[in-house]
Design a protein around this ligand. Structure first.
Ligand code: GDP
Length: 296
């Protein structure tokens, strides 16, 4: 299960603190040392950990907290609040264009879960009574178009494709026109991913961005890759202004590093969380629920 190690370590630290009637400054410092280690072991970015601990300490090591009846609980509340803030505070909603269709551009490395998440997002929109269109813009990965078509059929959402001999920029342009002509209110553009970030990939997606002027640029990142996911997000963000992140594979045994660092490092909110290979509607990401889940 995701966050298992982090969760049990934090519960351990706070269990000890909660049990104490009186809490000294030393107790809080000791607890914070352990929280720091737990976060680093969960692969949370070093600077993020440092800032986080500083913020918690600033609030926790004070006369007010020490004097309260349940100082241990107060410290846990502070950690909960700061963990929530770290992940973006409140839920960040999907943008909506003033004039439909709302255009969503999907970006990310190969294997992150872009195509799967495109279908899951379409299914969520369908559930909310929208009329999405998916555009098959990944012409390089063998069978990527077919994969999207199969998923489209499965969930009942049409897929726009011009095969793999037309440039993705032209496909995106034509797909958007098709959406306008057919009354689709959301368009999701699946794009090609590479194994590593490369200039050609960036240039292509920048051009797709220029011709489709997306309302959302969502980066799909694999939560299992921890801090590497954050590096990927940073590189994409510097080239292509991202508006949000979809964190995939949260069903795996991810340690939590990506979920806890990506917003702080890039400023980009996590908008959705994805779990499982089955095409279920994508779930909006709730920072406060995630923080509570981690703290148990
Ligand atoms: P793309 O190359 O980014 O388009 O990646 P795909 O959508 O093809 O996904 C790559 C692999 O990851 C596939 O085997 C998917 O079934 C799997 N996958 C995608 N999202 C998730 C997820 O949230 N959880 C799990 N367990 N697997 C996922």
């Amino acid at each position: 299960m995701a966050f298992e190690g982090l969760s049990s370590r934090l519960q351990n630290v706070f269990g000890k603190l909660r049990g104490k009637g009186k809490v000294s400054e030393d107790d809080v410092n000791e607890a914070m040392r352990e929280v720091r280690l737990a976060l680093l072991e969960a692969d949370v970015n070093f600077k993020v950990v440092k800032d986080f601990i500083a913020k918690v300490k600033e609030q926790a090591v004070g006369a007010e907290v020490m004097k309260s009846f349940t100082p241990g609980m107060v410290v846990v509340d502070i950690v909960n609040k700061e963990l929530t803030a770290l992940m973006g505070g409140t839920q960040s909603k999907l943008a909506k264009a003033n004039k439909p269709p709302t255009v969503i551009l999907m970006a990310g490395l190969q294997g992150a879960g872009k195509t799967t998440s495109t279908a899951k997002l379409a299914k969520l929109l369908l559930k909310d009574k929208h009329k999405p269109l998916m555009i098959a813009g990944d012409i390089y990965r063998p069978a990527a178009i077919k994969q999207l078509q199969v998923l489209g059929e499965q969930i009942g959402v049409p897929v726009f494709t011009l095969g793999d001999q037309t440039s993705p920029v032209d496909i995106a342009r034509a797909g958007l026109q098709h959406a306008k002509d057919n009354g689709h209110d959301y368009v999701i553009i699946d794009t090609a991913g590479r194994l590593h970030i490369d200039e050609a990939l960036m240039e292509e997606i920048r051009q797709i961005h220029d011709v489709t002027k997306p309302d959302e640029v969502l980066l799909v990142v694999d939560a299992m890759t921890g801090q590497e996911a954050v590096n990927v997000a940073q590189s994409f963000h510097s080239q292509l202004e991202l508006t949000g992140v979809i964190l995939t594979k949260l069903d795996g045994d991810t340690r939590g590093g990506a979920a806890l660092s990506v917003k702080a490092v890039t400023g980009c909110p996590i908008k959705f969380a994805a779990t499982g290979e089955k095409i279920e509607p994508l779930e909006p990401f709730h920072p406060e629920r995630m923080a509570s889940r981690i703290l148990g």
